[in-house]
Design a protein. Structure first.
Length: 390
């Protein structure tokens, strides 16, 4: 009987993301919420309805520990680094990372230090607001933050990041143009609008269509094969270090090798790698959320967490605005890169369409790629900095 229970729980975690993705493609309201938010909600429901079979913790542990080491290199294979607009890219990245650094430190001093795992939470937030959810999940594996604290942080982040995006898309970008003294209206040509619409349509397509075809299975085998080799090399790289450093070294080497592999043409040709990695993040999300016990929720910690996140998001936006102005970055490049850092690259085309400025697309996507690549390293560094601050 226990084998059937193990299988049922595992299939639940594996198949529910597919159901949620299907629903998001067919119902606009659910698409606006996004699969991550829905999966966190389902996971919290599973973990708090009183259904706690003895096999559940084992499956949860395997799901959360196995998915992230596989997802990191898969998602980094898809990174496209380019030398075009290198100077502008460098400036927005320096501004973005510096802004998050200062905002997280300030938020930690006022609110984060009152949280039980404040330094680790600050490190996760730093990686999340320069990279994305994959970086947050990887850093959670490194720091081993309590499940409730991590799930609550991600739940609050979804709400705050949504409000941040609504602000930028509605009135924020116009305000920043006015602030920067850029009064010229942006007009897309028919070709530019068509290109952006194709970009958005590409993101809304079913990325898993054809995966089970002969060609799709061949590509999947290659992706898994390269990923497993990277995992093996990363594990070997931890051998000279003390056991307590295993996860830190393991994740950072994984991230580095994933970026290195993205420069090889055969790896870049694996077009489904990002989406397969993202599916593993979906599995991680529902499994991790199911580990949260909301009966142990501390309301005081919740208030400090919300305010910590709020300062990190909107404080980094304010500082990014200032630093980009000082470094002579235009308002639209500043806005698109900020969206890439806080919300992740898939949201950049939406922002670019609102601004009607195709030139900001490459800058925003480039900033997000750098964030994916360096977010884990930056998060570990920030946790150490916050620990020294005390």
């Amino acid at each position: 009987m226990s084998i059937l229970t193990y299988a049922f729980i595992a299939l639940l975690f594996v198949l529910l993301p597919a159901v949620v993705l299907w629903l998001c493609r067919h119902f606009p309201l659910l698409d606006k919420l996004g699969p991550i938010m829905i999966l966190y909600g389902l996971g919290i429901l599973i973990g708090n309805i009183g259904w706690h079979p003895a096999e559940m913790p084992v499956v949860q542990e395997i799901a959360t520990n196995a998915t992230i080491p596989l997802a990191i290199p898969m998602m980094l294979f898809a990174c496209r680094f380019t030398l075009s607009e290198a100077s502008l890219q460098l400036r927005v990245c320096i501004s973005g990372f510096l802004s998050v650094f200062i905002a997280v430190v300030v938020g930690y001093l006022f609110f984060g230090k009152h949280l039980p795992e404040g330094t680790e939470i600050g490190g996760i937030m730093s990686g999340m607001y320069t990279g994305g959810m994959v970086n947050a999940a990887a850093l959670q594996q490194i720091f081993r933050v309590e499940e409730q604290a991590y799930v609550i942080m991600c739940s609050y982040d979804i709400v705050i990041s949504f409000l941040y995006l609504v602000f930028l898309v509605s009135v924020g970008y116009k305000f920043f143009r006015w602030l920067y003294g850029e009064h010229s209206s942006k007009v897309l040509t028919a070709e530019e609008r068509a290109e952006l619409e194709r970009e958005i349509a590409e993101q809304k397509r079913n990325p898993y269509a054809g995966l089970w075809s002969k060609d799709g299975m061949k590509e999947l085998a290659k992706i898994v094969g390269v990923t497993l080799m990277i995992v093996a090399v990363s594990a070997l790289a931890t051998l000279p270090f003390p056991a307590e450093w295993f996860m830190v070294i393991f994740i950072l080497v994984l991230s580095t090798l994933g970026v290195v592999c993205s420069f090889f043409k055969p790896v870049r040709a694996l077009t489904r790698s990002f989406d397969i990695g993202m599916y593993l993040i979906y599995i991680f999300s529902i499994a991790m959320a199911s580990m949260a016990d909301f009966s142990k929720l501390n309301l005081a910690d919740g208030v400090n967490q919300i305010l910590f996140l709020f300062i990190a998001v909107f404080g980094s936006l304010l500082l990014h605005t200032l630093f980009c102005r000082i470094m002579r970055v235009d308002a639209d490049s500043m806005t698109s890169s900020s969206v890439a850092f806080v919300n992740s690259p898939p949201f950049v085309p939406m922002m670019v369409v609102a601004m009607k400025n195709k030139d900001a697309l490459i800058v925003g996507l480039g900033a997000g790629i750098v964030g994916y690549a360096l977010g884990n390293h930056f998060g570990v560094l920030m946790a150490k900095v916050l620990e020294m601050i005390g």
